[in-house]
Design a protein around this ligand. Sequence first.
Ligand code: PLP
Length: 440
Amino acid sequence: MALDRTTPNDLRAFWMPFTANRQFKQAPRMMVAAEGMFYTTSDGRQVLDGTAGLWCCNAGHARPKIVEAIQKQAAELDYAPAFQMGHPKAFELANRLVDLAPEGIDHAFFVNSGSEAVETALKIAIAYQRATGNASRTRLIGRERGYHGVNFGGISVGGIVNNRRHFGAMLAGVDHLPHTHIPQNQWTKGQPEHGANLADELERIVALHGPDTIAAVIVEPVAGSTGVLIPPKGYLQRLREITRKHGILLIFDEVITGFGRLGSAFGAQHFDVTPDMITCAKGLTNGVIPMGAVLTSAEIHDAFMTGPEHMIELFHGYTYSGNPIASAAGLATLETYREEALFERCAEIAPYWEEAVHSLKGHRHVIDIRNMGLIGAIELEPIPGAPTQRAFSAFLKAYEKGVLIRTTGDIIAMSPPLIIEKAHIDQLIGTLADVLESLD
Ligand SMILES: Cc1ncc(COP(=O)(O)O)c(C=O)c1O
């Protein structure tokens, strides 16, 4: 059927991302405003944001400092070429970012999304190995159930079947660690006891391919989009030991765990494990303007700073790398986090959150609950023959009752803004309890 190009509210032209388009367009869920912890819908309802947008609005919505910084920057310097030219705010933001990062992480390369951060980190890893005389190190190791965005590198090292199966052969030379979701850890609060030994599978992969073929290992410190998998105690430390032993770079994909979600600036500090590179995005600008970054050690950066000084050192970058408005938003976001001590706030309220999330144990269909920082997941028993349907119904019912959650497979995932109050947690969990009881 031809599109009606004259009716502004014809919904057909927009092909929505990661969305059941036909279902949505029959019963649209439209947000028209947002402030603090709440969205306003087109039918005038207030919906509690249980997901910080898409794990990105860590400081909540319509934060004055961020709004003002964007408005001011748009009027002052809207755009400056990203290649061979600069503007002060991108440099300032890079400094502020590496100040927040763990000791040993000293440089920031700007991109526009988590997916681009991942592609950039993978390319830097391979190019670094080449620059340091290890050109045979081209293999990349990801993990089953990992999510690293949607571009070809990211889906290749990623491990979510539906994100991969439709898109051909992907990158060659990729292998995967096993995921860490094992039955012994059911109902664990915080970090599970069992499964550190799963990191030893890296030794098996190294023995299979030879260490001199492997450039990097990439993992999320807490796997988010697959339905929240918390690393077993000692697991990330073990990955660090094995990668270091074999000269393999370790990349932490902190697109979700960055900027306070676990109660520290990055998951690296929370788990006390320093990788060679960190990818981040989302909370970097409070989700308001697209921006991401790859943070690297000085050793990686410095390996490229050779050759004639008029030559470009890394043949990579985007038109919008370090965009002025995104940089201004990033600076105002980091300032908001600091002024309101939001990372510390997350750590303070996390025990209340943990108890609230785990209080859903015993409700209908619930087969596991996991949490860490301000992240929580409720895993539901799938309807036989109709996977994802039960969780999707929970999402729709929660939205009707004024609460925004996210679902992936049959798992409900929550990641509220770090400004959440105890009364909001009670509303969120209380609504979910009712929703669970009402599900088929
Ligand atoms: C760990 C991780 N990496 C990468 C991405 C991709 O980010 P984007 O959607 O900004 O491309 C996400 C998004 O959820 C993520 O969680």
